[in-house]
Design a protein around this ligand. Structure first.
Ligand code: NDP
Length: 331
């Protein structure tokens, strides 16, 4: 499969180019807003063509695009790619609004194109093991879940994320979407209502850099989440508590196949083993299979719309101070 990269980004260079190539994909071109940067990024990364014009990239011999520009650009770029007949793997959050995200996903569906959202966490062996424990009834009926995703944003990423609301900055669009996807993946249901409090430290300007929220699930289970850019030593993890047991996982809300998963039941504590495959390689593999008519992307367009809808509700709840229903739009 031949790919065009829309966005000369860190994530493309650090994880996605390797994942595409590991799956036999060819990277034909890259788009940057600057022709000079497009050229240098292409040269640095062994990509034949660097463009500053999206139409020129889309006119090339490519089957799919991977969109990893700043968040406010995803919608127009995805719509253009779909109009040009390209399959789309798009970074999260899919768009700045739920209704734009719905429009993108429906447009791809109407055109018969594959649309994926690059939620990496559901590709992790740790999360697949946790989901298997839940779905096989090992912890009984789920009562609650806690998500610890307060990290320290590394200096090289302290750009638009911490000072540019117009580009989709802030920890809610950046990390709450991933946690929403992970919770939906584990519990198999969509959050109904949320309450939230956000803060901004000295790191951020004009956007929030920490948020805590509580979600009510249709089953009655409750979910507590904590996302931040400012916590150097907190570590990440999730806990899922059920009537027959609990799952405690540490170090699993990351880009790498790391961490520990422990099952606690009346029988005692059990260390749960899991596969250590690369999360992004699996994401690309499932996307390419879906394009070939086999299965579906790890996270599809509907998953991307739903994670954005939860993040939008958390942002609204934090702003208003009110309990807020999640509006999944017309999906
Ligand atoms: P970057 O800041 O690296 O890139 C975003 C844009 O910024 C690029 O398209 C590029 O635009 C510009 N840019 C990047 N580096 C430079 C530079 N050195 N000089 C000038 N301009 C530069 O973004 P990220 O890779 O951190 O994130 C991109 C997207 O991917 C976001 O939507 C984010 O939410 C998502 N993401 C997803 C992750 C996941 O695990 N699923 C992880 C990280 C990010 P241009 O070339 O046009 O100027």
């Amino acid at each position: 499969m031949r790919w065009g990269l829309i966005g000369a980004s860190n994530i493309a260079a650090s994880h996605m180019m390797g994942a595409i190539r590991a799956n036999g994909g060819e990277i034909a071109s890259v788009l940057s807003s600057s022709a000079e940067r497009a050229r240098s990024y292409a040269d640095d990364n062994g990509i034949p063509d660097g463009f500053a014009d999206l139409d020129a990239l889309l006119a090339g011999d490519i089957d799919a695009v991977y969109i990893s520009t700043t968040n406010e650009k995803h919608f127009a770029q995805a719509m253009a790619a779909i109009a040009a007949g390209k399959h789309v793997l798009c970074e999260k959050p899919l768009a700045m609004t739920v209704s734009d995200a719905v429009t993108m996903v429906k447009a791809a569906g109407d055109a018969g194109l594959t649309f994926g959202t690059n939620h990496h966490l559901r590709n992790a062996g740790s999360h697949q093991a946790i989901r298997d424990l839940i779905s096989s009834g090992r912890i009984g009926e789920v009562l609650s879940m806690r998500v610890m995703h307060a990290v320290y944003l590394p200096p090289h990423l302290q750009g638009w994320r911490i000072d540019n609301p117009a580009a989709g900055g802030g920890v809610i669009p950046d990390i709450v979407v991933h946690d929403a996807d992970t919770v939906r993946f584990h519990l198999g249901e969509d959050p109904a209502e949320v309450v939230a409090i956000q803060t901004a430290s000295a790191m951020a300007s004009g956007v929030e850099d920490s948020v805590m929220s509580v979600w009510e699930m249709p089953s009655g289970a409750t979910v507590m989440t904590h996302e931040s850019f400012t916590h150097r030593f907190a570590g990440t993890g999730i806990e899922v508590h059920g009537t027959q047991g609990s799952i405690r996982a540490t170090g699993v809300m990351t880009q790498r196949p790391t961490g520990t998963v422990t099952l606690v039941t009346e029988a005692g504590e059990e260390n749960v083993t899991f596969s250590d495959h690369n999360l992004y390689v699996r994401s690309v593999a499932l996307f390419q299979d879906a394009v070939a008519g086999k299965g579906r992307p790890a996270a599809d367009g509907v998953d991307g719309v739903k994670s954005l809808a939860v993040a939008a509700a958390v942002a609204e709840a934090a702003k208003s101070g009110r309990r807020t229903a999640v509006d999944y739009g017309d999906i």
